[in-house]
Design a protein around this ligand. Structure first.
Ligand SMILES: C[S@@+](CC[C@H](N)C(=O)[O-])C[C@H]1O[C@@H](n2cnc3c(N)ncnc32)[C@H](O)[C@@H]1O
Length: 235
């Protein structure tokens, strides 16, 4: 039987093509197969665009579908199907790299792959190559310190509006809210209620074409923010 290949979960950084690590570049360059994530509505992968200059000519590139649905059973089926595709490559003795934007252990589709691989191929050899997260890139872009001294940072999703902010506000000094592209009215309301509003800033498409720094987060309510929008807030 041939040697089993290795799976790498690779963060390619937040979008600025220069914010990718040397290790990610090497592993992408050496991989036999590159897996990318695409929603079932959209086959485009920004991670692939960033990785593209480092992919060797004979590398096989495969797109995996991740349906954006709430049904947990259907989602788990799709993750298992994707993990089986990866497992079949590893069983051929090939190395595979699953590339993802930002960091692979931070709100990433790679998390679903990791979970499903444990079921589908528990013996798989998996290595994670960290990437620069969107909120680290955003703090740097805005010349903002994320946390210092004894401060506490909460990183949360804003997908359900302000509920996470209200739940944690008393216990933390700074908040990074990713997925701040919908329910922005309630996010802003919660930031106002909890004293985080004045020191908040939003950034869309950080390090990419169309980047915008939005000093007054009320502006988010007046337009439909880009999916690639996050808020950094402090007391
Ligand atoms: C599914 S999460 C991916 C997070 C990513 N794995 C990371 O490490 O930052 C998608 C959210 O990340 C944030 N995001 C990712 N890249 C961004 C960028 N370049 N500019 C602003 N926000 C970004 C947005 O809030 C977006 O809705």
């Amino acid at each position: 039987m041939s040697k089993i290949g290795k799976l790498f979960g690779i963060g390619v950084g937040p979008g600025d093509p220069e914010l990718i690590t040397k290790k990610a570049i090497r592993v992408i360059n050496e991989a036999d197969v590159i897996f990318t994530a695409a929603s079932t509505k959209n086959n485009y992968s920004l991670a692939l665009e960033i990785a593209d200059p480092y992919i060797s000519n004979n590398t096989d590139i495969q797109s995996l579908s991740f349906p954006m649905i709430k049904d947990k059973i259907e989602s788990a089926k799709a993750w298992n199907t994707n993990a089986e595709k990866i497992a079949s490559i590893l069983k051929q003795g090939k190395n595979a790299a699953f590339i993802t934007l930002g960091d692979p252990v931070t709100y990433s589709t790679f998390g679903y792959i990791l979970m499903a691989m444990e079921k589908v191929m528990p013996q798989a050899d998996i290595e994670i190559v960290p990437g620069i997260t969107s909120f680290h890139a955003a703090a740097a872009r805005c010349n903002k310190i994320l946390v210092e001294a004894e401060e506490t940072l909460a990183v949360m999703s804003g997908a359900y509006g302000g509920e996470n902010i209200r739940a944690i506000a008393e216990k933390v000094d700074k908040i990074a809210i990713v997925k701040a592209y919908k329910n922005t009215k309630d996010i802003n309301k919660a930031l106002k209620e909890t004293g985080f509003y004045k020191k908040s800033i939003a950034i869309s498409r950080c390090g990419r074409d169309g980047e915008e720094i939005i000093d007054n987060i009320d502006d988010l309510e007046k337009r439909k923010p880009d999916y690639w929008t996050l808020i950094l807030a402090g007391k």
